[in-house]
Design a binder for this molecule. Structure first.
Ligand code: COI
Length: 356
């Protein structure tokens, strides 16, 4: 069936796959909703965006993203209110960061009427795919990649933009054990660490695999120059509670992703009256606090992970166990409030939620 909003063409699937999904047990990122949005950029302009049945892509073997990695992406989530209204969380912030990443990677900017309007139409169409079980949501993956068929290094002239969605459960179902990494680096100053560029994640795989072999789930990255300062953790920004203060590395440099969940956590923590410090955080400060017992909480914050509690931190062969998750006042209170806002049960005083 075909329809058109004023600028988005919609072709609905003939057969929904929703009955095949066990919404009680959804693995992260392996189940895909019925539709996706696709738009192509060529000759300096965007074609009509189209919502179509979720399907595989046809690729030219010389497509430049396959060789040189010119690709950026975002992650955001949709929830359903008690009344069944789809709720989008901070989509405009993700849209803004998406185009910042695209600029850094020499890629076309995606216009708002394609990203935001396309996103809203897609979520409305596949709203039955938004899970309602506690801890679950509809994960939304917008991405942009270079499609020039050319075996040479230059910014691509042509791009494809796609949004697909996945009903998901927890990214980290359990608190995680993380290792402070002092050899490998995620990002160097002047590089692309602040962009959500696909290659950043490819580069993290080998160091992370090493850490996994040592029994850790994730790394805490440190600065590439001296390995003296904490940067972020794997797929998330990182927070510590030391002496009752909520501390996180500042993002006034180009090596740390400016997380949307990170910003939400900071806003809510300040409003709740907690002492918050955004500043360079030395590895030594964290390790000393672990040794002295003044570090009471550590957690990651990201769209996929939400707030992921850290149960153990490894450093130079030592493993420090952290206090029980139940005892963590600050992160638990922030998570409760954040979840309430996202689900529409707590008043959204910041205009973060869009009701569809
Ligand atoms: C997110 O938190 O949305 C991410 O993009 C992290 C990861 C799943 C790659």
């Amino acid at each position: 069936m075909q329809a058109t909003t004023d600028h988005i063409k919609i072709t609905k699937t003939k057969e929904s796959k929703i009955h095949e999904v066990d919404f009680e047990n959804i693995p992260f990122g392996r189940v895909f909703s019925d539709h996706m949005l696709v738009a192509h950029y060529s000759n300096g302009s965007w074609g009509t965006a189209e919502i179509m049945p979720f399907q595989s892509l046809k690729m030219h073997p010389a497509m430049s993203v396959l060789h040189y990695g010119q690709s950026v992406f975002e992650g955001l989530k949709a929830y359903k209110s008690k009344e069944g209204t789809p709720l989008l969380f901070r989509a405009k912030d993700n849209f803004a960061r998406f185009n910042e990443s695209a600029e850094r990677m020499c890629m076309a900017q995606v216009p708002e009427d394609i990203f935001m309007d396309g996103l809203k139409e897609l979520i409305k169409l596949d709203q039955d795919w938004i899970p309602t079980k506690t801890g679950s949501s509809l994960y939304i993956r917008p991405f942009l990649f270079a499609t020039d068929e050319y075996v040479g290094i230059k910014p691509s002239d042509d791009f494809t933009f796609i949004i697909f969605t996945c009903p998901v459960g927890f990214y980290y179902p359990e608190p995680i054990s993380v290792k402070i990494e002092e050899h490998f680096s995620r990002a160097a100053s002047g590089g692309v660490g602040a962009a959500k560029a696909a290659g950043n994640y490819a580069a993290s795989l080998f160091p992370n695999q090493r850490a996994t072999e040592e029994g850790f789930r994730q790394l805490i990255w440190t600065d590439a120059k001296e390995h003296k300062y904490i940067e972020e953790s794997g797929t998330m920004n990182i927070f510590f509670v030391i002496d009752g203060k909520l501390i996180t590395p500042d993002t006034n440099r180009d090596t740390i992703l400016k997380g949307v969940t990170r910003r939400s956590v900071l806003t809510l923590a300040k409003e709740m009256g907690y002492l918050v410090e955004e500043r360079p955080v030395e590895v030594a400060e964290v390790v000393d606090a672990l040794k002295e017992g003044s570090l009471s909480e550590a957690f990651g914050a990201g769209t996929a992970a939400t707030i992921a509690q850290i149960s153990e931190i490894g450093f130079r062969g030592n493993r420090f166990e952290l206090p029980d998750v139940e005892s963590r006042e600050i992160s638990n209170k922030i998570l409760d409030k954040l979840n309430g806002i996202r689900l529409g049960t707590v008043k959204d005083e910041h205009g973060w939620v869009v009701r569809l």
